[in-house]
Design a protein around this ligand. Structure first.
Ligand SMILES: Cc1cc2nc3c(=O)[nH]c(=O)nc-3n(C[C@H](O)[C@H](O)[C@H](O)COP(=O)(O)OP(=O)(O)OC[C@H]3O[C@@H](n4cnc5c(N)ncnc54)[C@H](O)[C@@H]3O)c2cc1C
Length: 399
């Protein structure tokens, strides 16, 4: 959508574009923009560039290192970063655990962790889900038993994204199983170098290693690493999930994918013309663009509400569902657009040291099938889309 920008916002867009042109490393943009996997170093390097500019945490209060941007400026920034091929900022620290620490953490936790998150000194992961406790998260069984100034934690977390890189994990543990499930849950910050932690990779259907099992075996966690009160972790967890679902909508990234899809559809032959001239393909492309425009309006509404001090409510569930449907729809059309070139399995094209090896077919093709498979995850993580529909039915429709 070409929103009519005010003169200030138009100038801001130019400022962001100039910064990206000047500071986004071209080799990182080339990798990210064409769908190839980024290393931890790539992510940290980009995040540190953002930090130096003061743009690492647009959503934070200014006194803690935020930018003070308006909702529209945040939106413009996200969009321009995605269109330039900038890596997404890994959300676990800056947009997930940080708001919880700000709202419920001790002063010591704020002083220690927030500056480290801003500088990307610590890589965080999210230890919520367990085998058997995903949608029904409150049934989690990882146990924390108090022993003096420590909790002793034993159990298993699963699907833990990028835990192989993590220095810290924010996690939900059970400190009491005598009452209602939700009441016995506590929110702990765990140092991933603690003795007793084992990280075991899970290979996903696209061949990547981005999720893990995390086993905790008598891990000693200082009581000082508990956020808020014992047994109140469920309240803090829900607060965090609202933030997670708003950011999952990722309109900027979908706009970048749509632009790529249109370029491919203009390049790929179909009948006597190109794919974009095929009425069936053009219709589906138009439909997804309309959905994306509608989503953009919803995201802006949520951003304005958040800027006005209203934290995300059940509308975050709409954003999660629609955002991920658009993301998945785009990956389906991208695969369809390159036809048989999506079929060859070319894992060598994804090796970190070899990412620009000559592919079979056009250079935009090898990443598209893995991208399609990888994005099946989007309707599952952050609370599955079926669960979001349940939330909407209960809290919005009153069913
Ligand atoms: C790629 C990926 C990354 C992830 N990263 C993380 C992470 O970093 N940290 C973390 O803690 N978790 C993470 N998750 C876990 C994610 O949050 C869970 O997978 C999700 O909540 C679903 O839980 P489950 O896998 O146990 O499935 P289940 O809860 O067993 O659900 C199975 C199916 O049943 C449906 N279903 C379940 N209950 C209901 C119901 N009441 N009504 C209607 N349908 C229902 C679900 O929608 C789903 O389709 C990740 C998941 C994926 C796929």
């Amino acid at each position: 959508m070409e929103l009519a920008l005010s003169a200030e916002d138009a100038a801001f867009r130019e400022e962001v574009r100039a910064f990206l042109k000047d500071r986004l490393p071209p080799e990182i943009a080339a990798k990210a923009g064409s769908g190839f996997r980024l290393s931890k170093d790539d992510h940290v390097r980009w995040q540190q560039i953002l930090f130096e500019k003061g743009w690492m945490a647009p959503g934070w209060p200014v006194e803690l290192g935020g930018t003070g941007w308006t909702a529209m400026q945040k939106h413009i920034f996200d969009e321009e970063c995605a269109l330039a091929g900038a890596p997404m900022v890994i959300p676990f620290g800056v947009t997930m655990v940080a708001p919880v620490i700000m709202a419920f953490g001790s002063q010591e936790q704020k002083d220690r962790y927030l500056p480290r998150i801003l500088r990307s000194d610590d890589w965080w992961c999210q230890g919520y889900s367990e085998p058997g406790s995903g949608s029904d998260l409150a049934s989690l069984r990882t146990k924390a038993v108090r022993d003096g100034d420590h909790y002793v934690v034993t159990g298993q977390k699963t699907w833990t994204t990028l835990a192989q890189h993590a220095d810290m994990m924010f996690t939900l543990v059970r400190t009491d199983d005598s009452g209602k499930q939700q009441e016995g849950i506590t929110f702990l910050l765990i140092d991933m170098k603690s003795p007793g932690i084992t990280v075991q990779p899970i290979t996903t259907i696209d061949g990547s290693a981005e999720i893990n099992n995390v086993f905790l075996d008598d891990v000693r966690v200082p009581v000082a690493n508990r956020v808020g009160e014992e047994g109140k972790g469920w309240t803090y967890a829900k607060y965090l999930l609202g933030h997670e679902r708003t950011s999952i909508a990722a309109v900027g990234r979908s706009k970048a994918q749509l632009r790529k899809l249109k370029a491919i559809a203009r390049a790929e032959a179909s009948g006597n013309g190109t794919l974009i001239d095929d009425p069936d393909f053009a219709l589906r492309l138009a439909q997804i663009e309309i959905d994306l425009l509608a989503l953009e309006s919803l995201v802006l509404r949520a951003l304005y509400a958040e800027t006005a001090g209203k934290p995300p409510g059940p509308e975050a569930s709409f954003l999660k569902i629609k955002g991920t449907e658009v993301q998945q729809g785009l990956t389906e059309l991208l695969v369809e657009a390159v036809g048989p070139y999506a079929a060859p399995f070319q894992p060598e094209a994804f090796r970190q040291d070899n990412w620009n090896e000559e592919p079979v077919g056009p250079d935009y093709a090898p990443a598209l099938a893995p991208l399609y498979f990888n994005w099946r995850k989007a309707s599952i993580y952050g609370g599955s889309n079926e669960i979001q529909k349940n939330i909407i039915a209960k809290t919005v429709l009153g069913l």
